[in-house]
Design a protein around this ligand. Structure first.
Ligand code: ADP
Ligand code: ZN
Length: 206
Protein backbone atom coordinates (compact mmCIF):
# COMPACT_ATOMS: atom_id res chain seq x y z
CA UNK A 1 0.00 0.00 0.00
CA UNK A 2 1.31 3.43 -1.00
CA UNK A 3 -0.15 6.44 0.77
CA UNK A 4 0.18 10.20 0.83
CA UNK A 5 -0.01 12.11 4.10
CA UNK A 6 -1.58 15.46 3.41
CA UNK A 7 -2.09 18.29 5.87
CA UNK A 8 -0.88 21.75 6.79
CA UNK A 9 2.50 22.27 8.44
CA UNK A 10 2.00 21.26 12.06
CA UNK A 11 -0.98 19.00 11.29
CA UNK A 12 0.96 16.05 12.68
CA UNK A 13 2.05 14.24 9.53
CA UNK A 14 5.47 13.33 10.91
CA UNK A 15 4.08 12.18 14.26
CA UNK A 16 1.54 9.92 12.60
CA UNK A 17 4.07 8.68 10.08
CA UNK A 18 6.25 7.30 12.84
CA UNK A 19 3.27 5.48 14.40
CA UNK A 20 2.09 4.13 11.04
CA UNK A 21 5.61 2.97 10.27
CA UNK A 22 5.74 0.94 13.49
CA UNK A 23 2.38 -0.75 13.04
CA UNK A 24 2.11 -1.19 9.28
CA UNK A 25 5.78 -1.38 8.36
CA UNK A 26 5.45 1.24 5.65
CA UNK A 27 8.49 3.17 4.55
CA UNK A 28 8.44 6.84 5.60
CA UNK A 29 9.61 9.16 2.85
CA UNK A 30 9.70 12.80 3.95
CA UNK A 31 10.98 15.39 1.50
CA UNK A 32 11.54 17.81 4.40
CA UNK A 33 13.75 15.21 6.15
CA UNK A 34 15.64 14.55 2.92
CA UNK A 35 16.31 18.28 2.47
CA UNK A 36 17.40 18.70 6.09
CA UNK A 37 19.80 15.74 5.80
CA UNK A 38 21.26 17.35 2.67
CA UNK A 39 21.66 20.71 4.43
CA UNK A 40 23.41 18.99 7.33
CA UNK A 41 25.67 17.08 4.94
CA UNK A 42 26.52 20.23 2.98
CA UNK A 43 25.53 18.73 -0.39
CA UNK A 44 24.70 20.74 -3.52
CA UNK A 45 21.01 19.97 -3.03
CA UNK A 46 21.28 21.14 0.57
CA UNK A 47 22.92 24.41 -0.45
CA UNK A 48 20.20 25.06 -3.00
CA UNK A 49 17.30 24.07 -0.74
CA UNK A 50 18.36 26.06 2.32
CA UNK A 51 17.37 29.52 1.12
CA UNK A 52 13.90 28.33 0.10
CA UNK A 53 13.33 26.46 3.33
CA UNK A 54 14.49 29.39 5.45
CA UNK A 55 12.03 31.60 3.57
CA UNK A 56 9.18 29.13 4.02
CA UNK A 57 8.60 28.68 0.30
CA UNK A 58 8.79 25.57 -1.86
CA UNK A 59 12.06 24.23 -3.17
CA UNK A 60 11.82 24.23 -7.00
CA UNK A 61 9.67 21.42 -8.41
CA UNK A 62 12.33 20.02 -10.69
CA UNK A 63 14.73 19.36 -7.82
CA UNK A 64 12.06 17.99 -5.52
CA UNK A 65 10.44 15.73 -8.13
CA UNK A 66 13.82 14.30 -9.15
CA UNK A 67 14.61 13.41 -5.54
CA UNK A 68 11.30 11.58 -5.04
CA UNK A 69 11.40 9.91 -8.44
CA UNK A 70 14.86 8.58 -7.66
CA UNK A 71 13.90 7.48 -4.13
CA UNK A 72 10.99 5.47 -5.51
CA UNK A 73 13.34 3.39 -7.66
CA UNK A 74 14.98 1.86 -4.57
CA UNK A 75 14.20 -1.76 -3.80
CA UNK A 76 12.75 -1.12 -0.34
CA UNK A 77 9.70 0.74 -1.68
CA UNK A 78 8.19 -2.62 -2.58
CA UNK A 79 7.07 -3.00 1.05
CA UNK A 80 4.79 0.04 0.58
CA UNK A 81 5.46 3.63 1.56
CA UNK A 82 4.09 6.88 2.95
CA UNK A 83 4.92 10.17 1.30
CA UNK A 84 5.12 13.00 3.84
CA UNK A 85 5.50 16.51 2.44
CA UNK A 86 5.19 15.44 -1.18
CA UNK A 87 3.38 16.34 -3.36
CA UNK A 88 2.95 19.94 -2.26
CA UNK A 89 1.39 21.48 -5.37
CA UNK A 90 -0.55 20.37 -8.43
CA UNK A 91 2.51 20.12 -10.64
CA UNK A 92 4.17 17.69 -8.21
CA UNK A 93 0.95 15.68 -7.90
CA UNK A 94 0.69 15.28 -11.65
CA UNK A 95 4.36 14.34 -11.92
CA UNK A 96 3.93 11.77 -9.16
CA UNK A 97 1.09 10.15 -11.11
CA UNK A 98 3.58 9.49 -13.89
CA UNK A 99 5.99 7.44 -11.78
CA UNK A 100 4.03 6.05 -8.82
CA UNK A 101 0.83 4.26 -8.01
CA UNK A 102 -0.86 5.85 -5.02
CA UNK A 103 -3.66 3.99 -3.24
CA UNK A 104 -4.80 6.48 -0.67
CA UNK A 105 -4.40 10.06 0.46
CA UNK A 106 -4.95 10.74 4.17
CA UNK A 107 -5.81 14.36 4.82
CA UNK A 108 -5.20 15.32 8.45
CA UNK A 109 -7.56 18.19 9.27
CA UNK A 110 -6.53 20.77 11.88
CA UNK A 111 -7.90 24.29 12.24
CA UNK A 112 -5.37 26.86 11.08
CA UNK A 113 -5.60 28.82 14.37
CA UNK A 114 -3.79 25.98 16.18
CA UNK A 115 -0.88 25.59 13.82
CA UNK A 116 1.34 28.54 14.75
CA UNK A 117 1.50 27.47 18.41
CA UNK A 118 1.96 23.82 17.52
CA UNK A 119 4.91 24.54 15.25
CA UNK A 120 6.64 27.22 17.31
CA UNK A 121 6.36 25.04 20.43
CA UNK A 122 7.74 22.00 18.65
CA UNK A 123 11.02 20.43 19.70
CA UNK A 124 12.49 17.62 17.66
CA UNK A 125 15.02 14.84 18.09
CA UNK A 126 17.54 13.57 15.56
CA UNK A 127 15.86 10.14 15.87
CA UNK A 128 12.71 11.55 14.27
CA UNK A 129 10.53 12.00 17.37
CA UNK A 130 8.89 15.34 17.98
CA UNK A 131 7.42 16.93 21.09
CA UNK A 132 5.62 20.07 22.21
CA UNK A 133 6.99 22.26 25.02
CA UNK A 134 3.57 22.10 26.74
CA UNK A 135 3.96 18.39 27.39
CA UNK A 136 7.73 18.23 27.95
CA UNK A 137 7.48 19.55 31.54
CA UNK A 138 10.82 21.27 31.18
CA UNK A 139 12.65 18.22 29.87
CA UNK A 140 15.13 18.92 27.08
CA UNK A 141 15.87 15.35 26.04
CA UNK A 142 14.09 12.72 23.94
CA UNK A 143 12.01 10.23 25.94
CA UNK A 144 12.69 7.59 23.31
CA UNK A 145 16.45 7.79 22.84
CA UNK A 146 17.78 10.32 25.36
CA UNK A 147 19.35 12.72 22.86
CA UNK A 148 19.12 16.47 23.31
CA UNK A 149 16.07 18.04 21.62
CA UNK A 150 16.35 21.04 19.34
CA UNK A 151 14.17 23.48 17.44
CA UNK A 152 14.01 23.35 13.65
CA UNK A 153 15.50 26.47 12.01
CA UNK A 154 12.27 27.09 10.08
CA UNK A 155 10.02 26.74 13.15
CA UNK A 156 10.00 30.48 13.88
CA UNK A 157 6.91 32.74 13.60
CA UNK A 158 7.98 34.57 10.45
CA UNK A 159 8.85 31.46 8.44
CA UNK A 160 5.78 29.64 9.73
CA UNK A 161 3.56 32.46 8.46
CA UNK A 162 5.04 32.00 5.03
CA UNK A 163 4.75 28.18 5.21
CA UNK A 164 1.06 28.46 6.11
CA UNK A 165 0.53 30.82 3.23
CA UNK A 166 2.33 28.46 0.86
CA UNK A 167 0.17 25.62 2.14
CA UNK A 168 -3.10 27.52 1.61
CA UNK A 169 -2.32 28.70 -1.89
CA UNK A 170 -0.40 25.74 -3.31
CA UNK A 171 -0.98 22.58 -1.28
CA UNK A 172 -4.62 22.81 -0.18
CA UNK A 173 -5.86 22.43 -3.79
CA UNK A 174 -4.53 18.86 -3.67
CA UNK A 175 -7.48 17.96 -1.45
CA UNK A 176 -9.80 18.33 -4.45
CA UNK A 177 -7.28 16.69 -6.75
CA UNK A 178 -7.26 13.46 -4.72
CA UNK A 179 -11.00 13.71 -4.05
CA UNK A 180 -11.61 13.68 -7.77
CA UNK A 181 -9.41 10.58 -8.06
CA UNK A 182 -11.51 8.92 -5.34
CA UNK A 183 -8.43 8.54 -3.12
CA UNK A 184 -9.01 11.14 -0.43
CA UNK A 185 -9.89 10.11 3.11
CA UNK A 186 -10.34 12.83 5.73
CA UNK A 187 -8.84 12.32 9.17
CA UNK A 188 -11.23 14.48 11.18
CA UNK A 189 -9.69 14.02 14.65
CA UNK A 190 -6.56 16.00 13.73
CA UNK A 191 -7.02 18.36 16.67
CA UNK A 192 -7.08 15.50 19.17
CA UNK A 193 -4.16 13.78 20.86
CA UNK A 194 -1.65 11.89 18.69
CA UNK A 195 -3.15 8.62 19.95
CA UNK A 196 -6.69 9.71 19.02
CA UNK A 197 -5.56 10.63 15.53
CA UNK A 198 -3.69 7.37 15.17
CA UNK A 199 -6.76 5.39 16.28
CA UNK A 200 -8.76 7.01 13.50
CA UNK A 201 -6.04 6.26 10.97
CA UNK A 202 -5.96 2.61 12.07
CA UNK A 203 -9.70 2.36 11.46
CA UNK A 204 -9.16 3.70 7.97
CA UNK A 205 -6.18 1.48 7.16
CA UNK A 206 -7.78 -1.57 8.80
P1 ADP B 1 6.25 21.16 7.35
O1 ADP B 1 5.27 20.21 6.71
O2 ADP B 1 6.14 21.19 8.83
O3 ADP B 1 6.24 22.53 6.74
P2 ADP B 1 8.53 19.82 6.02
O4 ADP B 1 9.65 19.22 6.75
O5 ADP B 1 7.60 18.92 5.29
O6 ADP B 1 7.74 20.67 7.14
O7 ADP B 1 9.07 20.91 4.97
C1 ADP B 1 10.00 21.90 5.33
C2 ADP B 1 10.36 22.74 4.10
O8 ADP B 1 11.01 21.90 3.12
C3 ADP B 1 9.19 23.36 3.35
O9 ADP B 1 8.77 24.59 3.92
C4 ADP B 1 9.78 23.53 1.94
O10 ADP B 1 10.59 24.66 1.86
C5 ADP B 1 10.66 22.30 1.79
N1 ADP B 1 9.92 21.19 1.15
C6 ADP B 1 9.54 20.01 1.72
N2 ADP B 1 8.85 19.24 0.86
C7 ADP B 1 8.79 19.95 -0.31
C8 ADP B 1 8.20 19.71 -1.58
N3 ADP B 1 7.49 18.60 -1.85
N4 ADP B 1 8.34 20.66 -2.54
C9 ADP B 1 9.02 21.79 -2.32
N5 ADP B 1 9.59 22.08 -1.13
C10 ADP B 1 9.47 21.19 -0.13
ZN1 ZN C 1 15.13 10.65 20.05
Amino acid sequence: MNIILLGAPGAGKGTQASKIKQKYNLLHISTGDIFRANIKGGTEIGKLAKSYIDAGVLVPDEVTCDIVKDRLTWDDVKQGYMLDGFPRNLFQAKELDKFAKIDLCLNIEVDESLLMDRICGRRVCACGESYHINTLNGSTTCAKCGKELYQRADDNPETVKSRLDTYNTQTAPLIDYYKSQGKLVSVTSGEGSPDDVFAEICKILG
